[in-house]
Design a protein around this ligand. Structure first.
Ligand SMILES: *Cc1c(COP(=O)(O)O)cnc(C)c1O
Length: 394
C-alpha cells in the first residue's frame, strides 16, 4: 500500500535524524524513585513539581470519593455529568486565584482542551490572537482552530508585541502566552503584557501550567505580581504541580459563562470523573498550605544551579522547577541523556520540533519530593559523564 510505504519512509527518516521518540513503561507510582522499563531510576522527568502525584491524602480523598460517586461521570457537564465535587472545585479555584473581582472558574479534562476552548470561543475570523513564539503547542492549535489572525511575536519581546498591536485592525484582540515556558522555565513579563492589553483593549490569556502551585505561594504567576484585572484570564493545569489531572480557566464571570455556553471542547466531551475533582479539592488545600514544599523546591533549584558550574553545558536562567540544560545537537542531547540513564538517572532529552533546532537539551525538572542528595547524585553523574567522555558524539 502506497500510504504505508510513504509513512514507513518518513518514520525511518525521522529515526535517522535522531528524532524518533519512544515511551518508557513505569512499574510504580510517579515520584523521584521509579522503575521504568524494568530499571530502577532517580527521575527528573515529570511535572510533579510538589510531589503530590502519589500523595497519601490525595489518594485517600480520591478513593473515598470513588466509593461515593463511582468511577465515570457518565455525561458531559451540560448534560448530566456535572457533580458536586466539580462545582466545589470551580468555586475553590476561583477564590484561590481570584484574577479579578467577580471571578468564576471552569474546569476541563485536560489543559489541551482548555486552551482550545478558550481561544475558539473568544476569537473568530474578525479577531486577532497575539502569541509568544515559544508558547505551548495547544495555544497554537487553539489559535489556528479559532480562524482568527494568528500573529506570533519573538519570545518575551514586549516591543514587538506593541508594534503588532498598534497596527492591528482586528475586532477583538487576545494576547496569549505561557506564564512559565514549558521547555525553558523562564517567566513571561506578565505585568508589561497586561499594561499593553489595557492600552489596546485586549484580553490577556496566561497559561500557567507550570506556575500554578509553584509561584505566588501556589496561586500562580499573576498572583505573585498581585495582578488583577477583568482583562486577565488565567488558565492552569491540574496534572502538574496539583498532582492529579485536568485543567481550569478563571476570569471574569461573563467570560467564563461565555465559555460554558459556547466552547465546543467544553461542551462536547465527557466530564472528568467526579472523584478526581474530589482529589483535587484535597490537592488544592495542600497547595494552599504548601509553603514548606515550595521552600524546599527552591532550595533544590539553587543547589542544582551551583553544582553545574564548570560543565560544557549550561542551564538556562530559570527560577522555576524546569531547569533546562542546553546541549545543542540532537545526537549530543540523546547521548548525554543516555549516559545518565546508564548511571541510573532519568533526565529526558528534548529535541526539535518541541524546541528550536540547535537547542536540544535535557529538561531537568525538580520536585519537592526530591532530597538534597538526589540533586547531588544528578550533579555527580553529569560531571562523571563529562569527565569520561561518555556523552561525546562520535
Ligand atoms: C502541559 C501543558 C498544557 C496541557 O495540559 P494537559 O493537561 O497536559 O493537557 C498546556 N499548556 C502548557 C504550557 C503545558 O505545559
Amino acid at each position: 500500500m502506497q500510504l504505508l510505504d510513504a509513512l514507513e519512509r518518513e518514520l525511518s527518516e525521522r529515526a535517522a535524524s535522531g528524532l524518533s521518540r519512544r515511551r518508557r513503561v513505569l512499574s510504580g507510582a510517579q515520584g523521584p524513585r521509579i522503575v521504568a522499563d524494568g530499571r530502577p531510576l532517580l527521575a527528573f522527568a515529570s511535572n510533579d513539581y510538589l510531589g503530590l502525584a502519589n500523595h497519601p491524602e490525595i489518594v485517600a480523598a480520591t478513593r473515598e470519593a470513588l466509593a461515593q460517586w463511582g468511577v465515570g461521570s457518565g455525561a458531559s457537564h451540560l448534560l448530566s455529568g456535572h457533580f458536586e465535587p466539580h462545582e466545589a472545585l470551580e468555586h475553590a479555584l476561583a477564590a484561590f486565584i481570584a484574577p479579578c473581582e467577580d471571578a468564576r472558574a471552569l474546569t476541563f479534562s485536560t489543559g489541551y482542551l482548555a486552551n482550545l476552548a478558550i481561544l475558539t470561543a473568544l476569537a473568530g475570523r474578525h479577531d486577532a490572537i497575539f502569541a509568544d513564539r515559544l508558547n505551548h503547542a495547544c495555544l497554537n492549535d487553539g489559535a489556528l482552530l479559532s480562524r482568527a489572525q494568528f500573529l506570533r511575536y519573538a519570545h518575551n519581546d514586549v516591543g514587538a508585541l506593541a508594534r503588532l498591536l498598534e497596527t492591528t485592525r482586528a475586532r477583538r484582540r487576545i494576547i496569549a502566552t505561557d506564564a512559565v515556558f514549558s521547555m525553558d522555565g523562564d517567566v513571561a513579563p506578565i505585568a508589561e503584557l497586561l499594561a499593553l492589553a489595557r492600552r489596546h483593549d485586549a484580553l490577556l490569556l496566561i497559561d500557567d501550567a507550570h506556575g500554578f502551585g509553584v509561584l505566588g505561594r501556589g496561586r500562580g504567576t499573576a498572583a505573585e505580581l498581585e495582578l488583577r484585572s477583568e482583562r486577565l484570564l488565567v488558565m492552569g493545569t491540574l496534572g502538574k504541580a496539583a498532582g492529579v489531572s485536568g485543567a481550569f480557566v478563571t476570569g471574569h464571570r461573563v467570560i467564563v459563562e461565555t465559555l460554558l455556553q459556547t466552547a465546543r471542547s467544553y461542551i462536547y466531551t465527557t466530564a472528568a470523573p467526579p472523584a478526581l475533582a474530589a482529589g483535587l479539592l484535597r490537592s488544592l488545600s495542600l497547595l494552599r498550605d504548601g509553603d514548606a514544599l515550595r521552600a524546599h523546591l527552591f532550595a533544590l533549584i539553587e543547589r542544582l544551579q551551583h553544582g553545574l558550574q564548570g560543565l560544557p553545558w549550561s542551564l538556562l536562567p530559570s527560577r522555576t522547577a524546569i531547569q533546562p540544560l542546553i546541549v545543542g545537537g540532537n545526537e549530543a542531547a540523546l547521548r548525554l541523556s543516555e549516559a545518565l540513564w546508564q548511571r541510573g538517572i532519568w533526565a529526558p532529552a528534548i529535541r526539535p520540533p518541541t524546541v528550536p533546532p540547535g537547542t536540544a537539551r535535557l529538561r531537568i525538572s525538580l520536585s519537592a519530593a526530591h532530597a538534597m542528595q538526589d540533586i547531588d547524585a544528578l550533579v555527580a553523574a553529569l560531571h562523571d559523564a563529562h569527565a569520561t567522555g561518555d556523552a561525546r558524539v562520535a
